[in-house]
Ligand binder design. Structure first.
Ligand code: FE
Length: 191
């Protein structure tokens, strides 16, 4: 229900902007297709694979995400201030936008439907372990779960932990194994 109301509002807004000559329909279609099909989460996966293989890059990435992804030519797309948070045995990170659906388009493409769902947005803050469980992700009690709330100013991406058995694999192979959900933090990568 909320979804279709949101879709109607978005459509109405789009029509209005076109009518007023503020944007054109082709440009909107192009933008959606670009982030959906050409960017997708593949950019983020490249970044993660590089961080796993290159300690100096990983340091730069955690220090300043926006600057580090520019080394790949990734910019714009809602990442003026990208903060990358690393999963470790001590902390598991998960990303949400409680207010709406802020998301780092330039590295992850367009957000999945569930990311925009009011239930995910409110529940992941209150009961993150339960929500993660519903994604099939069990975080050990000894690991702290940290929820990051995105905003118009700051976007987050999770640097997932690499399964040990993947060590030594080629960059492209690693990148192909990094899922979108692992970079949002609702999934842990397994062998
Ligand atoms: Fe938002």
């Amino acid at each position: 229900m909320a979804d279709s109301r949101m879709a109607l509002r978005a459509e109405a807004l789009e029509s209005l902007l076109i009518e007023k000559g503020l944007v054109d329909a082709d440009r909107i279609e192009e933008t959606i297709a670009f982030y959906n099909e050409r960017v997708g989460p593949m950019n983020g996966a490249q970044v993660v694979a590089r961080a796993w293989q290159d300690a100096a890059f990983k340091e730069r990435l955690l220090e300043d995400g926006t600057a580090a992804i520019q080394e790949f030519g990734f910019s714009g797309g809602q990442v003026d201030k990208l903060v990358v948070v690393e999963n470790t045995p001590d902390v598991h990170n998960v990303v949400v936008c409680t207010l709406c659906s802020c998301y780092p388009w330039a590295v992850l493409g367009l957000p999945p439907r569930w990311y925009k769902d009011p239930a995910y947005r409110s529940r992941v803050v209150r009961e993150p372990r339960t929500v993660l469980q519903e994604f099939g992700t069990t975080i050990p009690d000894s690991t702290k779960v940290q929820v990051w709330d995105s905003s118009a100013e700051v976007r987050y991406m999770v640097l997932p932990a690499m399964p040990r058995s993947w060590a030594g694999r080629a960059h492209d192979v690693l990148a192909s194994k990094v899922s979108r959900d692992s970079m949002i933090g609702v999934q842990v990568l397994l062998d």
